[in-house]
Design a protein around this ligand. Sequence first.
Ligand code: GLC
Length: 420
Amino acid sequence: MPQPDNTWFRDAKFGLFMHFGLYSLPAGEWKGTKMGRNAYAEWIRYQWGYPQPGGIPKAEYDTLIPQFNPKRFNADLIIKEAASAGMKYLVVTTKHHDGFAMWHSRVSKYSVDSTPSHRDIIAELTAACRKYGLKVGFYYSHWLDWEYPGGGLPPWPELKNDPELQQPTDEAYEKYWTEKCLPQVQELIENFSPDLFWFDSWGKKAHTQITPARLSRLIKLIRDKSPKTLINGRIGTNEGVDFLSTDDNAFPEKLIETPWETSGTMNHSWGYNKFDHAWRSTREMLRNLVNNASRNGNFQLNIGPRGDGSLEPAVLRRLRDLGAWTSVNADALFGSRPVPVPEPKWGRFTQKGNTIYAHVYDWPADLKLQVPKLPLEITSARVLETDEELTIESIGDGFTLTLPKVMPDDRITVVTLSAR
Ligand code: GLC
């Protein structure tokens, strides 16, 4: 099957991931009991016997539907923040494992249509993305679905004796696949014309229901109805997809030729968890972003709006800090490609045409930066942020740059190396 052009994805480098749904309301706590173990808030319904064996009964979980009224959710403001942060695309949970659709689905009543405000969150976000020039990507939980009888249930071995959590028969699963999964994917294409689908699965052993035949049907549907739409590897195969997705928060340490991305969190949980204060620093996230870009990958950074739709100050501050760096250093990041040389200890390289960008993480004490032999003949060097010209001394295979005394940006300072 012909595959779409993925150049925009390779150029993008930075995307916004968003987990928003019914689970954003309880935010990691059910009837006074906090989630334990791996407290991913979007998993609150089924978490290793929490808050009782069998998880939260569906009828109880569904009491969240009349409470879901995100008065402070402002798609325009969120996407504007994302655009200022330098993000080029959005991937939003259209349906997470709980099975609840965040758009007006004709296929299933289990959707925002049944909430008091009837707001179509996906329509609002899509409109905002088109306005600010971001590509539109949809997370769709194809494998697990805890609403439709027959949808995949949590695969954890600890749960396999729980009578409430027996995996569906193949026949029941097939019904889910043909009556909910495929029609909803088609509906998302028809309603919103997404640029990308992000499907979620992990480990072939877990998702036995995702057979090659089912995968081909899903992929064919998307290719037939929407030839431009990119598909990620976590659909359950790396064959015939448009980019690879790593495990959560996994950052490969070498260049990978096939386009790829890491989905990462600012703290721990994907959905809003009010107890989660394990925030990462902007420095760490920036270095993840540049590491990935220098190795041919993207960074898709998650936010989990609160149940009322608002963003935490910790999220906003990080988005703005990231944007302060990406706006100054945009030339060195967006549209760049890796440089096929060994990575220096002090940082990373990216390249665009006749320019190589040295992303300096560690400022040498003697202010002498040793640059290895590069594929271009470099004739000038300037600090990107300040435009200060640096002296180049040629030595054998590479050259030495004399850096200013104070590191202009102590997270990453970019030096632009130009060839004639
Ligand atoms: C995992 C989790 C899920 C989350 C996803 C993000 O697969 O099941 O809750 O959406 O990772 O990458």
